[in-house]
Design a protein around this ligand. Structure first.
Ligand code: PEP
Ligand code: MN
Length: 344
């Protein structure tokens, strides 16, 4: 349920509603919009119905929320969530571009990529130090050394860094090094990990699971939000389908649908989505055209030699072209005032 307060409701009136709900053991989340305040109520709706909330001063209406996700829903938080990373704001209009290798392989490699993608206009550097590999015999990442190399690349370029966390045990170490914690597709339903990162205030890049519905994905975001971390960026990275010519099927439906259901920013990962570098730029353009708030793209100075995901990695040169093309699309959308999700 949500309680919508009238425009101009005073702090005392808002507090009175919140106090009544809390006294009945219900969870309360207050979202102060520009015009109206919305109080999200967590708990059984029968208990809310028993209370005289609708007749309290300055209450406009009590609305049932049918989605199982609450804090992640637009009903709770009508305005778009902006996530600040360094001096870049995700969700602000300009597409966020995150780029870098699948895995951090050496100091030279990560510095070369960081400098190259920065020159082309990337806002953040990605690189895995702990890699979730299908085979235990494949390269597993450089671990903490990889994080140190990423930190050196940030020092050199000023680009904030994004890296995947796989285990709760590494949380405090990861938080020392990275600016954004990535939760990979395979861990989207690792609920203890989601709760743990929810207890920090680090921005979380939450990838969609390989076979997750949009609702399951938003419920995972709900885990993070419900622990008190509002800084969640969703990432569509393709789902498993019967198709075998591509690694996954990039579900661009998810961009407008999830933006309509939720206030959280949604970015697209065309690299894992399609799995072949030849098609990454086309799907990056499509993601931005669909209204995504940004992209995360794998880039390697020499993809043939990459320790992981070389087949889907762009070279620095092709990445430069990709950025120019997606920016042209973003500008065209900006000037034509295209109707985005939920807006007509
Ligand atoms: C990655 O970003 O390299 C990665 C492993 O992604 P995903 O979790 O989407 O497979
Ligand atoms: Mn990868």
């Amino acid at each position: 349920m949500i309680v919508v307060m009238k425009e101009g409701a005073t702090q005392e009136e808002i507090q009175a509603v919140a106090d009544l709900l809390r006294a009945k053991g219900l969870g309360v989340h207050i979202s102060q919009g520009e015009e109206k305040t919305i109080i999200g109520v967590i708990g059984q709706k029968e208990r809310v119905r028993e209370l005289p909330v609708e007749s309290m001063p300055a209450v406009e209406k009590v609305v049932p929320v049918s989605n199982p996700f609450k804090l992640a829903s637009r009903a709770f938080h009508p305005q778009d969530t902006l996530v600040t990373v360094g001096n870049h704001v995700v969700g602000s209009g300009e597409p966020t571009i995150i780029a870098g290798p699948c895995s951090v392989e050496s100091l030279e490699q990560i510095i070369e990529v960081a400098e190259g993608v920065k020159r082309s206009g990337a806002h953040m550097l990605r690189g895995g130090a702990f890699k979730p590999r299908s085979s235990p015999y494949s390269f597993q990442g450089l671990g903490e050394t990889g994080l140190q190399y990423l930190a050196a690349a940030r020092e050199r370029t000023g680009l904030p860094i994004v890296s995947e966390i796989m285990e709760i045990d590494t949380l405090s170490m990861m938080c020392e090094y990275v600016d954004v914690l990535q939760i990979g597709a395979r861990n989207m339903q690792n609920y203890p990990l989601l709760r743990a990162v929810g207890k920090t205030q680090k921005p979380i890049l939450l990838k969609r699971g390989l076979a997750a519905t949009m609702e399951e994905w938003l419920m995972s975001a709900e885990y993070v939000l419900s622990e008190g971390n509002p800084n969640v960026i969703l990432c569509e990275r393709g789902i498993r389908t019967f198709e075998t010519y591509t690694r996954n099927t990039l579900d661009l439906n998810a961009v407008p649908v999830v933006q309509n259901l939720s206030h959280l920013p949604v970015i697209v990962d065309p690299s894992h989505g399609v799995g072949k570098w030849q098609f990454v730029t086309a799907m990056a353009r499509a993601g931005i055209a669909a209204g995504a708030n940004g992209l995360i793209v794998e880039v390697h100075p020499n993809p043939k030699e990459a320790f992981s995901d070389g087949d889907q990695s762009l070279t620095l040169e092709s990445f430069e072209t990709m950025v120019k093309e997606v920016n042209r699309i973003a500008q065209a959308l900006d000037t034509q005032e295209v109707a985005f999700a939920g807006r007509h």
